[in-house]
Write a protein that binds this ligand. Structure first.
Ligand SMILES: [Zn+2]
Length: 421
């Protein structure tokens, strides 16, 4: 059975880790920063040395292509991202990029030819921490976010995506343009789990069934500013007390099963003086569930609960995001499961708690994901860690799955489909 060059794979991982290294095991490599551009440049240098073709689409997603035998065959794609949180870990994103690049190199080393070209996509701005929203590159590529809107997004210093992209691309050498939404026949992304389930069961690889849905809300609770010392209890319209009650009522009504994720991540109190009854509180709710009907029901529950506030305050609730769950393609998921079975690796099927670029690719073509465990389920942190053994195992499953997809999409007899030239 074909396997990756594990030493080269780990060497490449170590080499990219220097871009934005925090000195504590993680990286600070926001999208289109000098460090992320450095990591992209190093990867493209490796790709050029191997003779792979390189393309860029209008939102700055990079495509590294190993040509196929047929001029008409649609590409099969893999991918992930090289940007990180500020700071983030040294596995989130970069793992999937390097696993995919290693698949291309291994096939090249072994002169395995397919009809279909194989491509690695390095997505632009997956993290969404420098420029909002998250998964910007894949959303624009798949047509769910307008290009112009994305290019106008600004960072905290007023720099637009358009300007930062121009500067970054200038440093990457010559790139051939490719259209948004270019057709392909399949997509697989390898990623760390960013949760604790695989590690708890001692598994090296997980097959991802889909990505849970997200609904996000902004709440404004309005009371009345008053003197903290002179205003009696029955005259107070305390927005903070109202907001606290509301958060507790929401949690009680919503958190009824283990698949629900309910988070209040932002909470702002005004005017914010020690001796003034708060007049206004603005807080956010991030609500997730893998089942679309259940998520829709929970969204209704949020609306009902928010209209029944105690403590004489007014509440305004605005839903700012409705992203339904997706299920990955059954055939792609089966190919990944079969690759694990053939390699004698125990696995499990699990939904992804975090969102990924694969969510947008699933709108364009049959898609799937492979997870590997990360220690204590920790991610978006210097402490993020995946073992070399799991990284290698996951990359080998990606290789086997891509070979299987490429065989399935090749024409001709089964003997001719997958040949060494
Ligand atoms: Zn990621």
């Amino acid at each position: 059975m074909l396997t990756i060059d594990a030493q080269r794979f780990m060497r490449r991982h170590e080499s990219l880790a220097k871009w934005g290294a925090t000195g504590k095991g993680g990286v600070n490599r926001p999208a289109l920063s000098a460090d992320e551009t450095g990591a992209r440049r190093e990867l493209l240098d490796w790709a050029r040395t191997r003779g792979f073709a390189i393309y860029v689409d209008p939102i700055g997603n990079l495509f590294v292509r190993r040509q196929g035998r047929s001029a008409n065959a649609l590409p099969i794609r893999m991918g992930s991202h090289l940007d990180s949180q500020m700071p983030g870990g040294n596995y989130d994103g970069v793992y999937g990029v390097l696993a995919a690049f290693e698949v291309l190199e291994t096939l090249e080393d072994n002169a395995v030819a397919f009809d279909a070209p194989l491509e690695l996509i390095v997505w632009n701005n997956e993290e969404g921490c420098r420029f909002s929203p998250t998964t910007m590159g894949s959303a624009v590529h798949a047509g769910s976010l307008p290009l112009e809107q994305a290019l106008c997004a600004v960072d905290s210093e007023g720099v637009t995506v358009g300007r930062a992209l121009e500067r970054s691309l200038h440093l990457l050498g010559s790139l051939t343009p490719v259209d948004l939404g270019s057709p392909c026949s399949g997509y697989i992304e390898a990623h760390i789990e960013q949760g604790p389930r695989l590690e708890a069961l001692g598994l090296s690889v997980g097959v991802v069934s889909g990505i849970q849905g997200i609904a996000q809300f902004v709440f404004e609770v309005e009371g009345e500013e008053a003197h903290a010392g002179t205003t009696p209890r029955d005259k107070r319209k305390d927005a903070l007390r109202g907001a606290i009650n509301l958060v507790e009522d929401l949690a009680l009504a919503i958190e009824h099963d283990d698949d629900v994720r309910f988070t209040v991540g932002k909470f702002e109190v005004a005017p914010g003086a020690i001796n003034t009854v708060p007049a206004k509180v603005v807080f956010t709710v991030d609500l997730r569930h893998p089942d679309s009907e259940e998520l829709a029901r929970l969204v209704q529950v949020v609306q009902v609960v928010s209209s029944s506030l105690r403590l004489r305050c007014r509440v305004h609730c605005r839903q700012i995001l409705n992203s339904p769950p997706i299920k990955f393609d059954a055939a792609v998921t089966a190919v990944i499961s079969e690759s694990c079975a053939k390699a004698g690796i125990d696995t499990m099927t699990l939904p992804s708690g975090a969102t990924h670029d694969a969510k947008h690719m699933a709108e364009l073509c049959p898609s799937g994901m492979i997870f590997i465990p990360c220690r204590d389920g920790i991610s978006h942190s210097d402490r993020e860690y995946a073992s070399a053994q799991d990284m290698i195992q996951g990359a080998n499953i990606l290789l086997a799955s891509i070979v299987r997809l490429a065989d399935l999409t090749s024409v001709g007899t089964s003997d001719q489909k997958h040949e060494r030239v």
